[in-house]
Design a protein around this ligand. Sequence first.
Ligand SMILES: CC(C)(COP(=O)(O)OP(=O)(O)OC[C@H]1O[C@@H](n2cnc3c(N)ncnc32)[C@H](O)[C@@H]1OP(=O)(O)O)[C@@H](O)C(=O)NCCC(=O)NCCS
Length: 173
Amino acid sequence: MSGVRGPGSGVRLARSSDLDAILALEHAAFPPQDRFPRRSWRRLLTVDSAICLVIDGPRTPDTGHRTVMASIAWLLRRGSGNARMYSLSVHPDARGRGLARALVDASLRRLPRGVTTLSLEVRRDNGPAVGLYCALGFIETALLRQYYGRGRHGIRMRATRAAVRQALSANRA
Ligand SMILES: CC(C)(COP(=O)(O)OP(=O)(O)OC[C@H]1O[C@@H](n2cnc3c(N)ncnc32)[C@H](O)[C@@H]1OP(=O)(O)O)[C@@H](O)C(=O)NCCC(=O)NCCS
């Protein structure tokens, strides 16, 4: 993706009209078995129990369509103080520039005040993602055997909102 901007770029709430651009990002970011289907994203973009944020990319030179170069989705449950990170992806051409960190940072400002803990599941062998979550203050709390299919183990990680906020501000300092 050309014309990729740096981490200072704006993070905004995703809209239903971002569906195609988010699916294109998913396509670039994940192997087929790890992608969410269109109907899952359509739902995520409409329900009150999800918060989705994106960072815009440049318009495509051929069609002029908008692109999204990074996205994050959180699931909330009424009465729960926990938010579950359901999806996070950065376009391969834009990685290593702090965009994932920027999305998590913006998430802390958008999540309801009552959310005090964050959780997620990730493939145990996904080095970049596990590295990111550890750097953000997440701690492994469970091994999820075969969670992603045969021989594909996951881990659950958790962090307090305060710990993630602290990790982000330590990184800025
Ligand atoms: C994981 C992912 C979201 C990281 O996005 P990113 O924008 O490149 O991450 P950032 O630049 O914000 O990096 C923040 C921190 O994460 C960690 N990190 C990022 N990439 C890493 C890598 N390849 N190896 C180890 N740690 C890494 C580092 O601690 C980094 O901080 P530093 O740059 O100060 O060292 C991105 O690689 C991605 O989209 N991967 C494919 C989709 C995916 O696996 N999503 C997670 C599913 S659970």
